[in-house]
Write a protein that binds this ligand. Structure first.
Ligand code: HEC
Length: 125
């Protein structure tokens, strides 16, 4: 990884920390479990699958902040299965009119989408 890119990630992580220390602390162990060596906020999987183009942990980008998603579905035992399908197929109307495009969830990608949804839902625990 290029030095400048690392620096950018570091800066992003720092600024996110200052804003929501709590979110940062909550996200850390899960991100580490998924395997992010350099960005404590968004897991490596989220960057590899391009989720980061539209999502951040603690702020709305194109799509809702992942902490908001976790809050919305807190205590909803059917959420994980439903969100795996939603992320795979895409959809709109829950958070506004902006659609989320389908995300490839074939083969090993299916495990990745599942891991990401688990990560998101755990952000409010
Ligand atoms: C091109 C932009 C874009 C990308 C890329 C994207 N999303 Fe989204 N995402 C959205 C939008 C917009 C919504 C809101 C959809 C709605 O209102 O129903 C959303 C909603 C969600 C939700 C909440 C769904 C619900 O029904 O409450 C989850 C979970 C989610 N995204 C996860 C992911 C994951 C994981 C990835 C990467 C694999 C990803 N997104 C990639 C734009 C995106």
């Amino acid at each position: 990884m290029k030095k400048s890119y690392m620096l950018l990630l570091g800066l992003f992580a720092l600024s996110a920390c200052n804003k929501t220390e709590q979110a940062h602390v909550a996200a850390l162990p899960v991100a580490a479990a998924i395997g992010s060596p350099s960005d404590e906020n968004m897991p490596l999987l989220a960057r590899e699958n391009n989720c980061t183009a539209c999502h951040a942990i603690d702020k709305k980008v194109v799509g809702p902040s992942w902490i908001e998603v976790a809050r919305k579905y807190k205590g909803d035992s059917t959420a994980e299965a439903r969100l795996i399908i939603k992320v795979s197929k895409g959809g709109t109307g829950v958070w506004g009119t902006m659609p989320m495009p389908a995300n490839d969830a074939s083969g090993k990608k299916q495990d990745q989408v599942k891991a990401l949804v688990k990560f998101i839902l755990a952000l409010d625990k």
